[in-house]
Design a binder for this molecule. Sequence first.
Ligand code: C2E
Ligand code: CA
Ligand code: CA
Length: 513
Amino acid sequence: MNLRRRYLALFITTGTIFLAGFVLSFIFELNGMLKEHPAIAILLIILVPAVISAAMFFFMRFTQETQKKINLENENLYALGKKTTFFNLASFEVRVSLLKKSFLNRKKKQYITIFSAANQSVMENTSHDESIISFSAKIADFLTSYFDKDKGLLHRDSAFAYNKGLFYVYTVSDEDDHIKNLVNAISNDLFRIAEDEDLHVWVQPFFGVTEVNYESPLIEDIENASIARDVSERNFESLTFYHESFRKHSSKSEIDEITKALTNNEFVVYYQPKFSLTAKRFVSSEALVRWNSPTHGLLEPSKFIFIAENAGLIHSIDTYVFNRVCEDLNEAKRKGRRVLPVSINFSLHEFYSMNFLDSVISTIEKHDINPSLIEIEITESTSQTNTFMASSVIRKLRDHGIRVLMDDFGVGFSNIGNLRKMPFDAVKIDKSFIDNIESDKKASAIVKFLIELCQANELEVIAEGVDNKDQVEVLKKAKCDTIQGFYYSRPIPKAEYEKFLISNPFERKEGKR
Ligand code: C2E
Ligand code: CA
Ligand code: CA
């Protein structure tokens, strides 16, 4: 109830008490009751009006609540085709605020997850479309049954809402894989439901997640999850965890700076060679971007990739890098120099942009490059069902002679199951697994196991971030195929890389430091 209504209710209540008291005392006066039984009369004078006004007050409140519920239901009827208050954003906020406080002292993690089934603008603009309403309603049903059935959490520590093409989910969990499982389950179902509906949108879910911050108001958590979802959408990532840099760093001036850097060709490609232990020579390299900024100097990707991702400029950078690599390869070919395949980093979700394959092929053709000189590194950061779609693109790339590598294996969303599901040519074991293998028996056992696992699946294994001889020895014993790391070479600029290739011919038996 707002303040004006409260005053009005107070005014009506006091008015009623006075009026009823006046009427009653008049009647009692007439009957002489006030003189004979003054105590009872006074009690009645106070009690009767109080009961009447309390009844009125509750009646008003009830009608107000009913009206509010009807409004909420109508809103949901409009959005989801069903009369329920359950999925309304306003009730979500009230419920989650209460839950947030109730979990304050129990050391459990709380999350807000916001997702859309496709681009938010598409979902919002088509949200009055009958098939979208029925689609959204089925997602709503799925959420209800998921929490109800599997976790029994529905009325304890979860809440949902739907508003303008976005679903809001609040969960509490201590499990490490909680968000991963949640996102997988929702994605799987989204695709299943989409198949049943005759949808005219390209279903591509985007998730944004934030851990609830006890110290800030709920509205800020919701905003954070929403920002993370926007970042997912801009970068074609399925899931983004909120990071405070999303607010701090994407100032307009920084975005303008990157845009300007792209036009001014300030980005440069460095190459880091990969050494094959089996062939005993350098067999390829990875293209790694650097920003040669006139104001900040030479910047490594960690300083600007997230700003670019945040600003939706990562595609432009990747395309730029890809073109530069093709130009360099073409130049080397024209000059009759030796060339080795180069791998380029792309986000897996770029695979979903409909023209990804065509643009890769046309870029290669434009620069007259043999497709076997191009490898694509993708980081497995997405849910199970998407792997099906990604697999088909990977297969097509391979049909064109382009090798595809799974980057950062072992961290994030990459999992052993996906090794079998997705037709990669090679797997890059993340640096975090390589660190300490020379001194830590457990670490080396894990790496050995990962290598065996990949090789059992007929995949080439590349170890990343190898920076000393002892690590190389461990990897040799574990029968690792290829090594990339500072031990053999740091990422080096084009001119240096050309010299490197000349001084490290094909027949070379051992890498150099
Ligand atoms: P990444 O794809 O995992 O690349 C490998 C990173 O590990 C590179 O860092 C490389 O310099 C570093 N590294 C290699 N060997 C060693 C080693 O022995 N010791 C240590 N400490 N580090 C080693 P870099 O160049 O800073 O790149 C960081 C990340 O930025 C890359 O990780 C990749 O995710 C991203 N990135 C770089 N270039 C591009 C690009 O063109 N497009 C996209 N989308 N991402 C890029
Ligand atoms: Ca990489
Ligand atoms: Ca990597």
